[in-house]
Design a protein around this ligand. Structure first.
Ligand SMILES: *Cc1c(COP(=O)(O)O)cnc(C)c1O
Length: 638
């Protein structure tokens, strides 16, 4: 609105800029002419799916919100892009080796997603990485074709090692990476017992560190990896047993979301040198595995801020290839097959969480009534402050309003002010804030302390999703995901709001939002129209969030679905209904049938003693039983 309360001219273009969708969403997400977000799952063809219409179509199939929509075409495109970037770097540098990526399944172990990756990755012989025994079991079953590629990381016991070693007799290349020195003895034991010469790798603890939240994944005190002396020990032990040919791979991992390219370059230099040295010591190496860390630009700022990245896929691939090339040429050793374990960069874009706003909490701004002669003098003073607010005295008025509120509250505590008068004082305070805010807009320079006024006046939209289930990283580490409405983008958003989730945890609130310059504490939204659902999307949450999500307040998995482009439009498959309440309860050893019996007994007692009617009993039992079978989330009334 402008100062006179008139809606301003608004356009899709303005929304595009406001929500910075070009920065974080290209080429997969944009706003169409109807003011809806549209998804272009395969940017190589000119086809789009309207996200708002799609959500309605899916609702028609009984898929209630919140709903996680996966786009396998996006996954396929990310795999294509990563491989093509490495291919083009290899071509351009005349690198005499290949690239072979793997997907670390810990990023998203959902079966349909892993199947899609294996399928989409086949043209590039893309592989999988396991970080634990359960993940090893997944990768072995998923890579059933010939010529698969599996990297085995993580803590290993004898059963893990024996399983992996025997699997080396499949048609696949299976590399067991030693992450701790203790694993060497275990590997020797397993290999002797089974009579299999192992195919091994070592994970090096580099002195180069990553940057940002996970920088400690590398460096001298990292949890995983072998120090230089341990690597030398491994080589000596292998040599003693005439097994130097068994060491095939050198691995390092800088940590996730490495937002600057500099640490990548440094790590490449160090790792390439170790690789060359291992070759010189007689190991018949064939792979250099540069781990994960390839970032996602969540805020679209293209900077080295933690939620962004100051490089792109192409630059990453070029720097990795160039780093190895240089070291190998200098030392005249055969260049390795380059392996990378990018998880976040492949999986983040493929899903969108759509949810609805259930209600809005914002402050009421009707003009306050003029105090009468009998009213307490504090109300008089407050009223005068409110009336006198102008652009030139906003700061002073802000101080006066705060002081008057404090005084009113203290008068109340000592019994000099009744509850109705206190209520009027609070109303006056909010009215002052609103006037101050309006006056602030006419100022060229707004004093810093007045930002608090905007924040105080910010609305809260109650939204039908659980942060702890669908975006746990927001809670755990203030991670930034792009949020925005998925429709009405041709209307001006006039409300600034934070998003509260449905849990009763005060941490269940989104109050950090992406911005190119600084993190914002509220999001621009539209006033909710009565009787019309207001739909929002959380984007780029396809990596890590699904499996890290928990059952806080017993909000379970959301409904999920795959939507794929087809010649005739799109197809809907792999519909996975979210958890029902009884399923969630069973995880916690409750027996829903027994629970029904227990409450029925109490209801019967109330009926017999005349405290409850038969109709009331019926209503109660119907709700209780239907709720048990139903979705854990709320059903919007709109
Ligand atoms: C987590 C992890 C990855 C994936 O990292 P991204 O930053 O998601 O690409 C790769 N390798 C190892 C060893 C990991 O622990």
């Amino acid at each position: 609105m402008d100062g006179n309360g008139q809606p301003r001219e608004w356009s899709v273009k303005k929304s595009t800029k406001l929500y910075q969708i070009k920065g974080w969403g290209e080429p997969y997400f944009r706003i169409n002419d109807s003011g809806h977000v549209e998804v272009r799952p395969d940017p190589t063809v000119d086809r789009a799916i309207d996200l708002h219409d799609l959500t309605q179509q899916l609702a028609g199939r009984g898929l209630d919100l919140p709903l996680l929509i996966r786009f396998p075409n996006i996954l396929q495109d990310r795999i294509r892009l990563l491989n093509e970037c490495f291919e083009s770097a290899i071509r351009e540098y005349g690198y005499d080796g290949k690239y072979r990526g793997v997907f670390p399944v810990k990023v998203n172990q959902q079966r349909h997603l892993v199947d899609e990756i294996v399928e989409s990755g086949r043209p590039w012989r893309f592989g999988l990485e396991a970080g634990s025994k359960p993940e090893l079991l997944i990768t072995l079953a998923a890579m059933e074709d010939e010529d698969g590629f599996i990297i085995c990381n993580g803590y290993k016991d004898l059963a893990y090692l024996e399983t992996a070693l025997v699997a080396q007799r499949f048609d696949n290349t299976v590399v067991v990476v030693l992450e701790r020195i203790e694993e060497l003895e275990l590997a020797f034991r397993a290999s002797e017992k089974l009579g299999i010469r192992p195919c091994l790798g070592v994970r090096a603890k580099l002195s180069s560190k990553g940057m940002g939240r996970w920088k400690d994944s590398a460096g001298d005190r990292a949890k995983f990896g072998l120090t230089m002396s341990e690597i030398v020990h491994v080589v000596d032990e292998l040599q003693k047993r005439d097994m130097l040919d068994c060491l095939k791979l050198l691995h390092f991992h800088l940590g996730s979301q490495v937002s600057s390219i500099i640490p990548v370059k440094n790590a490449m230099r160090e790792a390439s040198q170790i690789y060359v040295e291992l070759m010189k010591m007689g190991c018949e190496m064939s792979f250099l595995d540069v781990g994960g860390g390839l970032a996602v630009d969540y805020d679209g700022s293209k900077t080295d801020f933690r939620g962004s990245m100051n490089y792109d896929l192409k630059e990453y691939a070029y720097d990795v290839v160039a780093g190895i090339q240089e070291a190998c040429e200098k030392a005249s050793v055969r260049p390795p097959t380059i392996v990378s374990e990018s998880g976040r960069s492949i999986a983040a874009y493929q899903s969108v969480l759509v949810f609805d706003a259930l209600g809005v909490d914002h402050v009421d701004f009707e003009d306050p009534p003029e105090p009468s002669k009998d009213d307490h003098r504090i109300l008089d003073e407050f009223y005068e402050t409110w009336k006198g607010i102008q652009p030139k005295n906003v700061q002073e008025s802000w101080h006066d309003a705060q002081q008057a509120l404090e005084e009113a509250r203290s008068l109340f505590k000592f019994g000099y002010l009744g509850i109705r008068e206190l209520a009027r004082a609070e109303h006056l305070f909010w009215s002052c804030c609103e006037r101050i805010r309006r006056s602030m807009r006419r100022l060229k320079y707004v004093p810093e302390e007045l930002n608090a006024v905007e924040e105080l006046l910010g609305a809260i939209y109650y939204c039908n999703f659980s942060l702890f289930q669908s975006a746990p990283d927001i809670w755990a580490m203030d991670h930034l995901f792009p949020f925005m409405p998925i429709h009405r983008l041709d209307e001006e958003p006039t409300v600034r709001a934070r998003l509260a989730d449905v849990t009763c945890d005060s941490d269940g609130i989104v109050d950090h939002f992406i911005d190119v310059e600084e993190v914002q504490h509220s999001l621009d939204l539209h006033p909710v129209k009565h009787g019309e659902p207001y739909l929002l999307g959380m984007f780029l949450g396809g990596a890590y969030q699904e499996i890290l999500g928990d059952l806080h307040n017993l909000f379970g998995d959301t409904n999920a679905v795959h939507v794929r482009l087809e010649d005739y439009g799109y197809s809907v498959s792999n519909v996975i209904k979210g958890d029902a309440i009884d399923e969630v309860l069973r995880y916690l050893q409750y027996d829903p049938e027994e629970m029904v019996e227990r409450v029925r007994k109490q209801a019967e007692r109330a009926l017999n003693q005349g405290r409850m009617t038969l109709a009331q009993l019926r209503t109660f039992m119907r709700h209780y039983e239907e709720s048990l079978r139903g979705y854990t989330y709320l059903k919007g009334d709109a």
